[in-house]
Design a protein around this ligand. Sequence first.
Ligand SMILES: Cc1ncc(C[n+]2csc(CCOP(=O)(O)OP(=O)(O)O)c2C)c(N)n1
Ligand SMILES: [Mg+2]
Length: 343
Amino acid sequence: MSLSSAVLTSVPPAGRFSAEQSLKVYDLMLRTRLLEERLIAMYKQGDGYFWIGGPGEEAFNVPLGILANKGEGVDHDYLHLHYRSSGTLLAMGADPVDSLRQMKNVASDPYSKGRNFAGHFSKRAWNIVPVSSPIEVQFSIAIGTARAQRAGTGAKGITIVQGGDAGTAEGDFATALVWSSRKGNELPMLMIVTNNRFGISTPFAGQHGYEQVSDRGKAFGMPTAVVDGNDPEASYAALAKALEYVRTERKPYLLEAMVSRLRGHSSASGANVAKNEVDCLERFEHTLESRAVMTRAQMESRRAAITAELLEASRHVRDEAPPAPGTIWDYVFTDKNHVGGER
Ligand SMILES: Cc1ncc(C[n+]2csc(CCOP(=O)(O)OP(=O)(O)O)c2C)c(N)n1
Ligand SMILES: [Mg+2]
C-alpha cells in the first residue's frame, strides 16, 4: 500500500486545531478508546457475549460525528454507519453508558433493547439508521435516504454511509456507486471507506486489483480522496471538504480513510492488542505535548478520571434487568399492535 504518497497528494494540508478544538477532539478520542477497553473487559469478565468495535478509528470517526448535521428527518444527515463507529456516536453526544448496556444486553439499551451486538447503534432522533451485522448492506439502504434528499426535493440534509475495505467487494458497494452517480439523477451521498487493510484475517493486498478503493469512484465521475485516518486534523479537513461538496452540489463523493485496527477483528479472534499498527491516540498525544497544548500529567489524570467513570457505570449496568421474554417480537414487525406492545 502506498499510503503516505496517496495521503500527501490527495488531501490539502490540514489546518491545525485551536487549543480548544484540540482538547475537545482529544477528550472524545480518549473517551471512545476507554469505552472500547471497558467493553472488552466486560466481554472478558462474562458481562457480554461478543465484542466488536472501533479502536484505531477514533481520529477519523470523532471528526465525522462533530461535523454531522444531527437531527431527525430529511433536513438532517442520515448516517448509515458500521460496527466501529463508537467515536462518531460519542462525538454526536451519545452517553457511553448506553454502549455498556448494549454489551450487557439489558432492557435499558436504547439501541436494541438488549437484543443486538455491541456497536450496533440505532437512534431515530439523530437519523442513525440501525447498524447491520451483514456487511455493506448499508450501501444499498443508504440509496433510499439519499433519494429522499436529492436535488429538487428541498431537503437540506445529506446521506453519509460508511463501511470497511473488504466489504467493498460486495455488490452493495457497486450498487451505491451506480445509483448515486446517474447523470441528472445524482444523489447527495458521502460514501466513506474506512480501510484498515483487513477483512477479518484476509489482507487487502491480493484481494483488490487497485491501490486505493476510492479509485473506483473515478469511473463514475465522482470526486474521490484518500486521507490519513490516523490524523484527526487531516481527517477533519478532508471530511469538511467532502461534506461541503455533497451539501452544495447534491452529488456523490467517495472518501477513503486509512485507519488502524488495534484490537484484532473482534472478540472471536481474542480482541488482543495488534502489533505494528499506528495508534492515532498515542500520535495525537505526542502532537499535543509537542505543541504544549497538554502535559503528560494532564493526559494521565484525564485518562484516570474517564476510566473510573466507565468502571462505575459498568457496575450499575451489571445490575440492570435483561429484556423480558415476552418482548421478543417487539420492533420486529411494523404492525403497530406488535411494536413495543405486550403480546
Ligand atoms: C454479507 C456478509 N458477509 C460476511 C460477513 C462476515 N464478516 C463480518 S466482518 C467481515 C469483514 C469485514 O471487513 P471490512 O469490510 O474490511 O471491515 P472491518 O471489519 O475491517 O472494519 C466479514 C467478512 C458478514 N458479516 N456479512
Ligand atoms: Mg477492513
